[in-house]
Design a protein around this ligand. Structure first.
Ligand SMILES: Nc1ncnc2c1ncn2[C@@H]1O[C@H](COP(=O)(O)OP(=O)(O)OP(=O)(O)O)[C@@H](O)[C@H]1O
Length: 746
């Protein structure tokens, strides 16, 4: 029996608890199984009904065209159809989930109430009713389920017993009870050691799981907070910030489905590894309509995973870079003529460099470049008319200007469409960078920026920080217009309707036209082609934006995200002590700008559910001396096993392998070897060891993730190599749930 699970006794990791066989537990499990069986039967009936309704609906639809069925009836029919279809789809999905559809039960009444007087309410991932419309399961997000998460012995909210059902598929394998009144009524059995501890002790898989059965009261408050304005969730490592925020997204979709499904919810996390790690949580809660994006993936049409060096990332992330971008965007396109000569209506027109510069500046004051070709042409015509001293008939002159092939040719290069990425690639030239960064960057910074774009050109890959620069330029220039796209050719492939008709079997976005040759495999011709491949899309707005690891966004990244949340409400999750961004003040200001004028509410999480206490103590001792104001949570679980921290005398590979062997024996699930760049090649062979259980990971990519055990290699080098220094090491040291080894090469 438990009261509040956070006071539970020492536990150690081990295989998932299996079916409980004690007679009283078996009786309770059998009773729950009977209810769960009924629920699945009801869902099976709903599936059949869905098929019938669909068939009937289609048949009626055909009759409708002859006038037999009114429009309103059709609308009603399809709404019903859609509902049943959604339930069926969700059931299919939930069947495959780790835990079952029904996961909780409330017995509502008082200490003295009899069984007949008490109400039993089952809680699950979606609401299910029987033929008489009586609820068999209440959706966890419904107000009627709130007491499941909020009831405490101090404020029982009418709950006598809260029960968590442990299920495997549709089979109930155990129950865990919490009694909310001092004494159980005689006919109420209370079993189990606490669902939370059972959940925390289990081994971790490769992906995050939902916590719908064990959400704690303080987490529930953040999950169900009003949707308006900005909801900020802070707390130290492992306090459930991410998982709470994801449940909040599911809650918002439930509570205001029309608004959030239609307007969209965008979830932004630090890396592709992070989005892969969390991507199962929302579908397991029956929600699939949320866009998950890594910071390198926010702009449609371009993707980046490559990090910059800390120095370069600092420059690219800072708002200073905007002045440089503004100068780059205002320059004439590379190769554009710097004088204009033409014969118009029998008069020689000549505009020199300065005159053209003035026309360009004037047009750009009121327009985005890519949307201003017409405005530029007309401003040019006015300048031309002035340059001939306004001689002759103005209308004749303007008509001739408009019809002139010379003007067409000139405009095609002087005001051609500009792709933001093309402009960034002009920054491979160090002298050009010096010219556009005067007064903004010092010499060394300018050289580093030029070098970083040359690296992009060598690797054919943008860096994560570049994506915010591309977005900034896109906002300045406007989207590339269609006519130009046809000319550049990068986009043609996407526009062909049926590629197989051309013998194309494998398309990777890239250069070149699809020719009707046989079995063409289209790949970008070179690294530059890869950098320019794909069509950039203008930022689309969302109704809600959820930013995880918010402490890591650079000011430029805040601006990029803000463009997608201009009329959104926000959930923002972070922990300053885990920051890898160097100038927290500047990022803080950019963040405030994104939220300007919005109402704010804050939630603080202070219980660490991830790390065993022994592991977290070790991490705390590393961070506190250097970041005394770090937000230190309380770790609730103990294993009795201290982390290993030792100097490596012999071969690093051997000793890392030995540590791995040990932890692989001790835990069931996933293991990470976290290594700084300098040892990555040497340890590369360990990736995938232990029958695929071992992952080799760099420190920054561990953000937001967790493993059953970690082997941390060379903590000093991790501090040296990371822009956030000891804060990044703190992240690394707080990733293990059950075991950790720290190895220090000499
Ligand atoms: N109520 C809960 N029941 C079961 N597990 C929980 C609960 N709350 C949190 N957890 C688990 O604790 C672990 C840490 O959660 P999460 O990753 O959301 O923390 P975080 O605060 O975002 O961590 P970090 O800042 O270190 O990335 C996860 O395994 C999560 O499932």
């Amino acid at each position: 029996m438990t009261t509040h699970p956070e006071g539970s006794p020492t536990t150690s990791p081990g295989p998932s608890p299996d079916v409980d066989t004690a007679p009283e537990v078996a009786r309770e499990v059998a009773a729950e199984q009977a209810h769960v069986d009924r629920v699945y039967e009801e869902l099976a009936k709903a599936s059949v009904r869905a098929g019938d309704v669909e068939a009937e609906g289609l048949a009626r639809g055909r009759t409708d065209r002859t006038g037999d069925v009114r429009d309103e009836e059709m609308t009603g029919l399809f709404e019903r159809d859609a509902l049943v279809f959604a339930a069926t789809r969700r059931r299919a999905m939930i069947d495959t989930q780790y835990e079952g559809l029904v996961f909780g039960r409330l017995d509502l009444g008082t200490e003295d109430s009899t069984a007949a007087e008490r109400e039993v309410r089952h809680i699950g991932r979606l609401g299910v009713r029987d033929d008489d419309y009586e609820p068999l399961v209440v959706d966890w997000r419904a107000p009627a389920a709130a007491a499941f998460y909020r009831a405490t012995p101090v404020d029982p909210m009418g709950v006598v017993r809260r029960r968590v059902l442990r299920c495997r598929g549709s089979r109930v394998v155990g129950v865990e009870d919490d009694l909310m009144v001092p004494l159980a009524p005689e006919d109420i059995v209370v079993v189990g050691d606490g669902a939370l501890m059972a959940a925390l002790t289990r081994s971790r898989g490769r992906q995050m799981r939902d916590i719908v059965a064990t959400i704690q009261a303080h987490q529930d408050e953040a999950i169900r907070a009003p949707s308006r304005g900005v909801t900020e969730i802070s707390g130290g490592p492992g306090t459930g910030k991410t998982v709470v925020a994801l449940h909040r997204a599911a809650y918002l979709l439930y509570a205001e489905r029309r608004r959030f499904e239609h307007g969209g919810i965008l979830v932004i996390g630090p890396s592709a590894a992070y989005t892969a790690y969390i991507e199962r949580v929302l579908p397991s809660l029956g929600e699939e309509s949320v866009a998950l994006r890594a910071l390198g993936d926010v702009v449609d049409g371009v993707t980046a995973t490559r990090p910059d060096t800390p120095e370069v990332a600092a420059v690219k992330g800072s708002l200073r870079i905007r002045r440089l971008l503004s100068r780059v965007a205002a320059r004439p396109p590379v190769g554009a003529p710097d004088t204009f000569r033409a014969f118009v209506a029998g008069q020689a027109v000549r505009l020199d460099h300065d005159a053209l510069r003035r026309v360009r500046a004037e047009v750009l004051r009121g327009h985005q470049h890519n949307l201003a070709a017409q405005a530029a042409r007309s401003a040019l015509s006015e300048a031309a008319w002035r340059s001939v001293g306004r001689q002759g008939d103005r209308d004749d002159f303007m008509d001739a200007f408009d019809a002139s092939r010379d003007v067409d040719d000139f405009m095609a290069s002087w005001w051609r469409q500009l792709d933001p990425r093309e402009l960034l690639l002009t920054l491979t030239d160090t002298d050009h960078v010096y010219a556009v960064s005067r007064g903004v960057l010092d010499h060394e910074e300018g050289a580093a920026i030029a070098w970083s774009f040359r690296e992009a050109l060598e690797t054919g890959a943008w860096s994560v920080a570049d994506i915010a620069l591309i977005d900034d330029l896109l906002a300045r220039l406007g989207p590339v217009q269609d006519a130009e796209r046809e000319e550049t050719g990068f986009y043609d492939i996407e526009e062909l309707d049926d590629l197989s008709a051309y013998g194309v079997t494998d398309v990777r976005a890239g250069l070149g036209r699809a020719t009707p040759s046989t079995r063409a495999v289209i790949t970008p011709a070179d690294a530059r082609g890869r950098l320019l491949a794909g069509r950039l899309e203008r930022a689309s707005g969302y109704a809600h934006v959820l930013v995880d690891e918010a402490q890591d966004l650079s000011p430029m990244q805040w601006r990029m995200v803000a463009r997608r949340g201009r009329s959104a409400s926000w959930t923002v999750v972070g922990d300053a002590a885990q920051a890898s961004w160097s100038d927290l003040d500047e990022a803080g200001r950019a963040r405030e700008e994104a939220f300007a004028g919005l109402e704010r509410r804050a939630f603080h999480m202070d219980t660490n559910y991830r790390n065993a206490r022994e592991i977290f103590d070790h991490a705390r001792d590393v961070i506190l001396p250097l970041v005394p104001d770090a937000d230190i949570p309380l770790a609730v679980r103990e294993t009795g096993v201290e982390p290993v921290d030792r100097v490596v005398e012999g071969s690093l590979m051997h000793e890392t392998s030995d540590a791995l062997e040990q932890v692989l024996r001790e835990v069931d699930g996933s293991v990470a070897v976290i290594t700084p760049r300098r040892w990555a090649d040497r340890l590369a062979a360990l990736d995938g060891a232990g029958d695929g259980r071992v992952q080799l990971v760099d420190p920054l990519s561990t953000k937001g993730l967790e493993w059953d055990a970690t082997v941390v290699v060379d903590p000093d080098a991790i501090v040296e190599e990371s822009p956030g220094g000891v804060r990044v090491l703190y992240v690394v040291l707080t990733r293990a749930a059950h075991r950790m080894h720290v190895l220090r090469p000499t």
